[in-house]
Design a protein around this ligand. Structure first.
Ligand SMILES: [Zn+2]
Ligand SMILES: [Zn+2]
Length: 307
């Protein structure tokens, strides 16, 4: 009997360690949604103290989550790079921005589908810009062409052109209602699109419309019996716009780098504003942590968000 004691002790220690680990990682989040408001400059979002162009987030959503005023794109400040930093956890600075090249590294969507290969409709990329379909795949040998999320990008997939954000939102709402995706990334292109057209009023109004869409989305989730209380939302941008000229972006000026950051969910603090230096790849690390995925990220888990 005595000789069995060390083995028994070892087993007990093992069980208690495991218990600690489960407890430590026991998040309420089962669904993660990232909304990327393409190319809205910080000075027109949280950087404006009156929040004129984001009234819904500033007046209704703010109390439900965390704002970080020091959040950046620390890589190349264009659309594909910014989005790929979120989905892969890497800044890949030379990645083509026109939909001609897949990101090198695999995404958290692929990690998820590797873990749950039968949940075919549990991971979605829904985007106004068709070129963002590249986010569903990668060049990495063991990951290329497998475990790919569903995509609904542009008019009808890659190389078919951009579509309006109103259509993207319609599709996102339908997909949420039908499939309750555990992982969803939404790209809203209109702020960037009207910025490039040098149309200041349309640019501002696109930010305002996106703000309303995000509010609608949050309400939809709160009314969903399955997703309410289990869904975490991240709202950010892929890049900003030049400080001196709102029409373009792509360098490392503060206007291009500084992004909005808002996150709300059952595991996060409420009604808090932080100024912790963070960047896009940290969204990847944080989602991987909450969804119990292996973390291949160059980013860091944003521990300051958690309660
Ligand atoms: Zn742009
Ligand atoms: Zn710039």
């Amino acid at each position: 009997m005595l000789h069995k004691l060390p083995a028994l002790l070892f087993l007990l220690i093992l069980i208690s360690c495991n218990k600690d680990k489960v407890k430590e990682n026991d998040y309420k989040t089962a669904y993660c949604i990232v909304v990327v408001m393409d190319g809205a400059r910080y000075s027109e979002t949280w950087g404006d103290s009156l929040h004129v162009h984001i009234p819904y987030m500033a007046n209704y959503l703010k109390n439900t989550g965390v704002i970080n005023t020091s959040f950046y794109n620390a890589g190349t400040t264009n659309t594909t790079n910014g989005h790929a930093a979120i989905t892969t956890g890497y800044y890949e600075n030379n990645l083509d921005n026109s939909g001609l090249e897949l990101p090198t590294y695999h995404s958290y969507f692929q990690d998820w589908l590797k873990k749950y290969p039968l949940l075919l409709n549990s991971a979605w990329i829904i985007s106004s810009k068709d070129k963002l379909e590249v986010l569903s795949n990668c060049k990495q040998n063991k990951w290329k062409d497998i475990y790919q999320p569903k995509t609904d990008c542009g008019i009808n997939g890659i190389n078919t052109g951009y579509r309006s954000d109103s259509i993207t939102m319609c599709h996102a709402i339908k997909t949420i209602n039908k499939h309750k995706p555990n992982l969803l990334l939404i790209n809203l292109k209109d702020p960037d699109y009207f910025g490039h057209q040098n149309n200041w009023n349309a640019y501002l109004s696109a930010i305002k419309t996106s703000d309303y869409y995000i509010y609608q989305l949050w309400n939809l989730i709160q009314q969903d019996p399955e997703m309410a209380g289990k869904t975490t939302l991240f709202v950010t941008n892929d890049h900003g716009r030049h400080t001196s000229n709102f029409q373009h972006h792509g360098d490392d000026c503060d206007g291009c780098r500084h992004l909005m950051f808002f996150a709300a969910g059952p595991d996060f603090k409420k009604n808090v504003q932080l100024s912790q230096n963070r960047s896009l790849i940290d969204v990847h690390a944080t989602i991987s942590e909450m969804m119990h995925l292996p973390n291949f990220s160059k980013g860091k888990i944003m521990i300051e968000l958690f309660e």
